[in-house]
Design a protein around this ligand. Structure first.
Ligand code: ATP
Ligand code: MG
Length: 307
Protein backbone atom coordinates (compact mmCIF):
# COMPACT_ATOMS: atom_id res chain seq x y z
CA UNK A 1 0.00 0.00 0.00
CA UNK A 2 1.16 3.53 -0.74
CA UNK A 3 -0.99 4.94 2.06
CA UNK A 4 -2.15 2.84 4.98
CA UNK A 5 -4.26 4.63 7.59
CA UNK A 6 -5.15 2.33 10.43
CA UNK A 7 -7.70 3.14 13.08
CA UNK A 8 -6.62 6.78 13.22
CA UNK A 9 -8.28 9.41 15.39
CA UNK A 10 -7.55 13.11 15.65
CA UNK A 11 -9.02 15.23 18.40
CA UNK A 12 -8.80 18.99 18.76
CA UNK A 13 -9.73 19.56 22.40
CA UNK A 14 -13.21 18.14 22.82
CA UNK A 15 -13.81 17.96 19.05
CA UNK A 16 -13.15 14.68 17.25
CA UNK A 17 -12.19 15.57 13.67
CA UNK A 18 -11.21 12.03 12.64
CA UNK A 19 -12.71 9.06 14.41
CA UNK A 20 -11.02 5.62 14.14
CA UNK A 21 -10.63 6.01 10.40
CA UNK A 22 -9.10 3.22 8.32
CA UNK A 23 -8.27 3.40 4.63
CA UNK A 24 -5.76 1.98 2.19
CA UNK A 25 -4.54 3.43 -1.07
CA UNK A 26 -2.84 0.90 -3.38
CA UNK A 27 -0.17 2.08 -5.83
CA UNK A 28 -0.99 3.70 -9.16
CA UNK A 29 -4.59 4.63 -8.52
CA UNK A 30 -6.47 7.87 -8.03
CA UNK A 31 -8.19 7.71 -4.66
CA UNK A 32 -10.93 10.19 -3.74
CA UNK A 33 -11.95 11.38 -0.29
CA UNK A 34 -15.55 12.58 -0.33
CA UNK A 35 -17.52 14.05 2.53
CA UNK A 36 -19.53 17.04 3.68
CA UNK A 37 -17.85 20.17 5.05
CA UNK A 38 -16.11 19.35 8.31
CA UNK A 39 -16.10 15.57 7.66
CA UNK A 40 -12.35 15.34 8.30
CA UNK A 41 -10.90 15.16 4.76
CA UNK A 42 -8.30 17.89 5.18
CA UNK A 43 -7.33 16.66 8.64
CA UNK A 44 -6.85 13.13 7.27
CA UNK A 45 -4.66 14.39 4.43
CA UNK A 46 -2.63 16.57 6.78
CA UNK A 47 -1.88 13.52 8.90
CA UNK A 48 -0.91 11.50 5.81
CA UNK A 49 1.75 14.02 4.78
CA UNK A 50 2.93 14.52 8.32
CA UNK A 51 1.74 18.10 8.92
CA UNK A 52 -0.09 17.00 12.05
CA UNK A 53 0.07 13.88 14.20
CA UNK A 54 -2.80 11.52 14.91
CA UNK A 55 -4.07 11.45 18.49
CA UNK A 56 -4.12 7.65 18.11
CA UNK A 57 -3.67 5.04 15.41
CA UNK A 58 -0.93 4.47 12.82
CA UNK A 59 -0.21 5.88 9.37
CA UNK A 60 2.25 4.34 6.95
CA UNK A 61 3.19 6.00 3.67
CA UNK A 62 5.38 4.07 1.20
CA UNK A 63 5.48 1.47 3.97
CA UNK A 64 7.16 3.94 6.37
CA UNK A 65 5.72 5.13 9.66
CA UNK A 66 5.10 8.81 8.95
CA UNK A 67 5.69 9.84 12.57
CA UNK A 68 9.26 8.47 12.41
CA UNK A 69 10.14 9.15 8.76
CA UNK A 70 8.41 12.43 7.94
CA UNK A 71 11.35 13.93 6.00
CA UNK A 72 11.99 10.85 3.90
CA UNK A 73 8.30 10.50 3.09
CA UNK A 74 7.80 14.18 2.27
CA UNK A 75 10.69 14.12 -0.22
CA UNK A 76 8.68 11.59 -2.24
CA UNK A 77 5.30 13.27 -2.18
CA UNK A 78 3.71 16.45 -3.47
CA UNK A 79 0.92 18.38 -1.78
CA UNK A 80 -1.57 20.99 -2.91
CA UNK A 81 -3.39 22.43 0.06
CA UNK A 82 -7.00 23.56 0.13
CA UNK A 83 -5.68 27.13 0.42
CA UNK A 84 -2.94 27.98 -2.06
CA UNK A 85 0.47 28.69 -0.54
CA UNK A 86 2.13 31.08 -2.99
CA UNK A 87 4.50 34.00 -2.72
CA UNK A 88 2.18 36.74 -3.93
CA UNK A 89 4.79 39.35 -4.83
CA UNK A 90 6.63 36.93 -7.14
CA UNK A 91 5.66 35.62 -10.56
CA UNK A 92 4.73 31.96 -11.20
CA UNK A 93 8.15 31.40 -12.73
CA UNK A 94 9.86 32.86 -9.65
CA UNK A 95 7.64 30.84 -7.31
CA UNK A 96 8.62 27.70 -9.17
CA UNK A 97 12.33 28.59 -9.02
CA UNK A 98 12.18 29.22 -5.26
CA UNK A 99 10.42 25.91 -4.70
CA UNK A 100 12.84 24.09 -7.01
CA UNK A 101 15.79 25.37 -4.97
CA UNK A 102 13.99 24.22 -1.81
CA UNK A 103 13.99 20.76 -3.42
CA UNK A 104 17.73 21.20 -4.02
CA UNK A 105 17.52 21.47 -7.80
CA UNK A 106 20.50 23.25 -9.41
CA UNK A 107 21.04 24.67 -12.87
CA UNK A 108 20.54 23.57 -15.55
CA UNK A 109 18.00 21.07 -14.15
CA UNK A 110 16.21 23.85 -12.24
CA UNK A 111 15.37 25.94 -15.32
CA UNK A 112 14.46 22.83 -17.26
CA UNK A 113 12.02 21.61 -14.60
CA UNK A 114 10.48 25.08 -14.19
CA UNK A 115 9.95 25.23 -17.96
CA UNK A 116 8.36 21.77 -18.01
CA UNK A 117 5.91 22.65 -15.25
CA UNK A 118 4.96 25.97 -16.87
CA UNK A 119 4.17 24.02 -20.02
CA UNK A 120 2.38 21.16 -18.22
CA UNK A 121 -0.03 23.46 -16.37
CA UNK A 122 -0.32 25.88 -19.31
CA UNK A 123 1.03 28.82 -17.35
CA UNK A 124 3.22 30.34 -20.08
CA UNK A 125 0.95 33.29 -20.85
CA UNK A 126 1.08 34.40 -17.20
CA UNK A 127 4.51 33.14 -16.16
CA UNK A 128 5.89 36.65 -15.63
CA UNK A 129 2.89 38.28 -13.94
CA UNK A 130 2.99 38.72 -10.14
CA UNK A 131 0.86 36.06 -8.47
CA UNK A 132 -1.32 38.65 -6.71
CA UNK A 133 -2.53 39.83 -10.14
CA UNK A 134 -3.54 36.33 -11.27
CA UNK A 135 -7.08 34.96 -11.29
CA UNK A 136 -7.96 32.21 -8.83
CA UNK A 137 -7.74 29.57 -11.55
CA UNK A 138 -4.19 30.50 -12.53
CA UNK A 139 -3.15 30.58 -8.88
CA UNK A 140 -4.58 27.09 -8.47
CA UNK A 141 -2.69 25.83 -11.51
CA UNK A 142 0.52 27.28 -10.10
CA UNK A 143 -0.11 25.62 -6.73
CA UNK A 144 -0.47 22.29 -8.50
CA UNK A 145 2.64 22.91 -10.60
CA UNK A 146 4.58 23.51 -7.37
CA UNK A 147 3.39 20.23 -5.88
CA UNK A 148 4.80 18.38 -8.93
CA UNK A 149 8.30 19.89 -8.66
CA UNK A 150 9.92 16.82 -7.12
CA UNK A 151 8.18 14.32 -9.45
CA UNK A 152 6.22 12.90 -6.53
CA UNK A 153 5.35 9.23 -6.27
CA UNK A 154 2.31 10.28 -4.24
CA UNK A 155 0.36 13.42 -5.01
CA UNK A 156 -2.02 14.74 -2.37
CA UNK A 157 -4.55 17.26 -3.68
CA UNK A 158 -7.03 18.91 -1.34
CA UNK A 159 -9.95 20.09 -3.50
CA UNK A 160 -7.72 20.65 -6.55
CA UNK A 161 -10.42 21.98 -8.86
CA UNK A 162 -12.54 24.12 -6.55
CA UNK A 163 -13.09 27.46 -8.25
CA UNK A 164 -11.76 26.40 -11.62
CA UNK A 165 -13.71 26.96 -14.81
CA UNK A 166 -14.95 23.84 -16.68
CA UNK A 167 -12.24 23.95 -19.34
CA UNK A 168 -9.44 24.20 -16.80
CA UNK A 169 -11.00 21.43 -14.72
CA UNK A 170 -11.09 19.16 -17.75
CA UNK A 171 -7.48 19.99 -18.58
CA UNK A 172 -6.46 19.29 -15.01
CA UNK A 173 -8.25 15.94 -14.97
CA UNK A 174 -6.22 15.08 -18.06
CA UNK A 175 -2.98 15.98 -16.27
CA UNK A 176 -3.94 13.92 -13.23
CA UNK A 177 -4.73 10.92 -15.45
CA UNK A 178 -1.35 11.31 -17.17
CA UNK A 179 0.44 11.36 -13.84
CA UNK A 180 -1.41 8.23 -12.78
CA UNK A 181 -0.59 6.57 -16.09
CA UNK A 182 3.06 7.42 -15.45
CA UNK A 183 2.85 5.47 -12.20
CA UNK A 184 2.06 8.14 -9.60
CA UNK A 185 -0.55 7.55 -6.92
CA UNK A 186 -3.03 10.34 -6.36
CA UNK A 187 -5.09 11.03 -3.24
CA UNK A 188 -7.54 13.88 -3.63
CA UNK A 189 -10.56 15.34 -1.93
CA UNK A 190 -13.43 16.86 -3.83
CA UNK A 191 -16.97 18.12 -3.44
CA UNK A 192 -17.65 17.44 -7.11
CA UNK A 193 -19.19 14.01 -7.47
CA UNK A 194 -18.83 14.07 -11.26
CA UNK A 195 -15.14 14.66 -10.79
CA UNK A 196 -14.85 11.74 -8.38
CA UNK A 197 -16.85 9.49 -10.69
CA UNK A 198 -14.73 10.27 -13.73
CA UNK A 199 -11.32 10.54 -12.14
CA UNK A 200 -11.16 8.26 -9.14
CA UNK A 201 -10.60 4.51 -9.31
CA UNK A 202 -11.75 4.23 -5.71
CA UNK A 203 -13.41 6.63 -3.31
CA UNK A 204 -14.06 6.70 0.43
CA UNK A 205 -17.12 8.56 1.60
CA UNK A 206 -16.45 10.00 5.02
CA UNK A 207 -18.85 11.59 7.45
CA UNK A 208 -18.11 12.85 10.96
CA UNK A 209 -14.55 11.54 10.76
CA UNK A 210 -15.43 7.97 9.78
CA UNK A 211 -15.46 6.02 6.52
CA UNK A 212 -19.12 5.27 5.77
CA UNK A 213 -18.32 3.22 2.68
CA UNK A 214 -15.60 2.88 0.08
CA UNK A 215 -14.98 1.27 -3.28
CA UNK A 216 -14.99 2.01 -7.00
CA UNK A 217 -17.71 4.59 -7.80
CA UNK A 218 -19.71 2.18 -9.98
CA UNK A 219 -19.71 -0.44 -7.21
CA UNK A 220 -20.95 2.07 -4.66
CA UNK A 221 -23.78 3.11 -6.95
CA UNK A 222 -24.78 -0.50 -7.58
CA UNK A 223 -24.56 -1.37 -3.88
CA UNK A 224 -26.69 1.48 -2.59
CA UNK A 225 -29.15 2.42 -5.31
CA UNK A 226 -30.99 1.08 -8.32
CA UNK A 227 -29.61 2.11 -11.72
CA UNK A 228 -32.39 4.42 -12.91
CA UNK A 229 -33.19 7.64 -11.07
CA UNK A 230 -36.43 9.54 -11.63
CA UNK A 231 -36.81 13.04 -10.20
CA UNK A 232 -40.36 14.33 -9.82
CA UNK A 233 -41.86 17.48 -8.29
CA UNK A 234 -44.54 16.36 -5.83
CA UNK A 235 -45.75 16.91 -2.28
CA UNK A 236 -45.52 14.14 0.35
CA UNK A 237 -49.29 13.58 -0.04
CA UNK A 238 -49.06 13.22 -3.82
CA UNK A 239 -46.08 10.91 -3.51
CA UNK A 240 -48.01 7.91 -2.21
CA UNK A 241 -50.57 8.25 -4.99
CA UNK A 242 -47.90 8.62 -7.64
CA UNK A 243 -46.13 5.43 -6.63
CA UNK A 244 -49.30 3.45 -5.87
CA UNK A 245 -49.50 0.04 -7.47
CA UNK A 246 -45.90 0.00 -8.67
CA UNK A 247 -44.32 -1.95 -5.84
CA UNK A 248 -41.86 -0.28 -3.51
CA UNK A 249 -38.91 1.41 -5.23
CA UNK A 250 -35.50 0.21 -4.08
CA UNK A 251 -34.84 3.62 -2.60
CA UNK A 252 -36.27 7.10 -2.56
CA UNK A 253 -35.20 10.46 -1.21
CA UNK A 254 -36.94 13.79 -0.86
CA UNK A 255 -35.38 17.26 -1.16
CA UNK A 256 -38.01 19.86 -0.40
CA UNK A 257 -40.74 19.62 -3.06
CA UNK A 258 -38.93 17.06 -5.19
CA UNK A 259 -38.50 13.31 -4.83
CA UNK A 260 -35.89 11.04 -6.34
CA UNK A 261 -36.97 7.47 -6.93
CA UNK A 262 -34.44 4.74 -7.75
CA UNK A 263 -35.69 1.83 -9.83
CA UNK A 264 -34.36 -1.12 -11.81
CA UNK A 265 -36.72 -0.03 -14.59
CA UNK A 266 -38.33 3.40 -14.70
CA UNK A 267 -40.76 2.57 -17.56
CA UNK A 268 -43.79 1.43 -15.49
CA UNK A 269 -43.65 4.59 -13.35
CA UNK A 270 -43.33 6.85 -16.37
CA UNK A 271 -46.23 5.05 -18.13
CA UNK A 272 -48.41 5.45 -15.07
CA UNK A 273 -47.68 9.18 -14.80
CA UNK A 274 -48.28 9.65 -18.53
CA UNK A 275 -51.72 8.03 -18.18
CA UNK A 276 -52.82 9.71 -14.96
CA UNK A 277 -51.17 13.14 -14.89
CA UNK A 278 -49.33 13.89 -18.13
CA UNK A 279 -48.64 17.53 -17.10
CA UNK A 280 -46.32 16.22 -14.39
CA UNK A 281 -43.95 14.95 -17.07
CA UNK A 282 -42.70 18.53 -17.63
CA UNK A 283 -40.83 18.62 -14.32
CA UNK A 284 -39.71 15.00 -14.52
CA UNK A 285 -36.11 13.95 -15.12
CA UNK A 286 -34.94 10.40 -15.85
CA UNK A 287 -31.22 9.80 -15.50
CA UNK A 288 -28.76 7.14 -14.37
CA UNK A 289 -28.18 7.02 -10.60
CA UNK A 290 -24.85 8.63 -9.80
CA UNK A 291 -22.30 9.07 -7.06
CA UNK A 292 -24.00 12.24 -5.88
CA UNK A 293 -27.10 10.21 -5.03
CA UNK A 294 -24.98 7.75 -3.06
CA UNK A 295 -23.25 10.63 -1.28
CA UNK A 296 -26.57 12.16 -0.28
CA UNK A 297 -27.89 8.83 0.90
CA UNK A 298 -24.83 7.89 2.94
CA UNK A 299 -23.99 11.24 4.48
CA UNK A 300 -27.57 12.05 5.36
CA UNK A 301 -27.21 15.46 3.76
CA UNK A 302 -30.82 14.99 2.67
CA UNK A 303 -33.40 16.90 4.65
CA UNK A 304 -35.64 13.85 4.75
CA UNK A 305 -34.60 10.43 3.57
CA UNK A 306 -36.91 7.73 2.33
CA UNK A 307 -36.43 4.05 3.00
N1 ATP B 1 -6.60 23.12 13.80
C1 ATP B 1 -7.84 22.83 14.20
N2 ATP B 1 -8.29 23.15 15.43
C2 ATP B 1 -9.53 22.83 15.83
N3 ATP B 1 -10.43 22.18 15.07
C3 ATP B 1 -10.06 21.84 13.85
C4 ATP B 1 -8.75 22.13 13.33
N4 ATP B 1 -8.67 21.65 12.07
C5 ATP B 1 -9.87 21.09 11.80
N5 ATP B 1 -10.69 21.19 12.86
C6 ATP B 1 -12.06 20.66 12.94
O1 ATP B 1 -12.02 19.32 12.51
C7 ATP B 1 -13.18 18.99 11.75
C8 ATP B 1 -12.77 18.44 10.40
O2 ATP B 1 -12.20 19.51 9.64
P1 ATP B 1 -11.57 19.28 8.20
O3 ATP B 1 -10.94 20.57 7.81
O4 ATP B 1 -10.70 18.08 8.23
O5 ATP B 1 -12.87 18.97 7.33
P2 ATP B 1 -13.02 18.80 5.75
O6 ATP B 1 -13.66 17.48 5.51
O7 ATP B 1 -11.73 19.08 5.08
O8 ATP B 1 -14.09 19.95 5.42
P3 ATP B 1 -14.23 20.93 4.13
O9 ATP B 1 -15.02 20.15 3.13
O10 ATP B 1 -15.02 22.07 4.68
O11 ATP B 1 -12.86 21.30 3.67
C9 ATP B 1 -14.01 20.26 11.69
O12 ATP B 1 -14.99 20.17 12.68
C10 ATP B 1 -13.01 21.34 11.98
O13 ATP B 1 -13.64 22.46 12.59
MG1 MG C 1 -11.08 20.46 3.75
Amino acid sequence: MIVDVENVSKRFGARTAVDRLTLQVPPGICFGLLGPNGAGKTTTMRMVYGATRPTSGAIRVFGLDISKNARAVRARLGVTLQQNVLIEALTPEENLRVFGRYHLLREPQLSQRVGELIELLELASHAKVPVKQLSGGFQRRLAIALSLMNRPELLILDEPTTGLDPAVRLALWGRIRELRAAGATVMLSTHYMDEAERLCDRVAIISAGRVVDHGPPAELIARHLAPEAVEIDCSPEEEALLLAGLGAPRHRMRVGGRIMVYLDNAAPLIDQIRRREPERLHSLVIRPANLEDVFLKLTGTMLEAGT
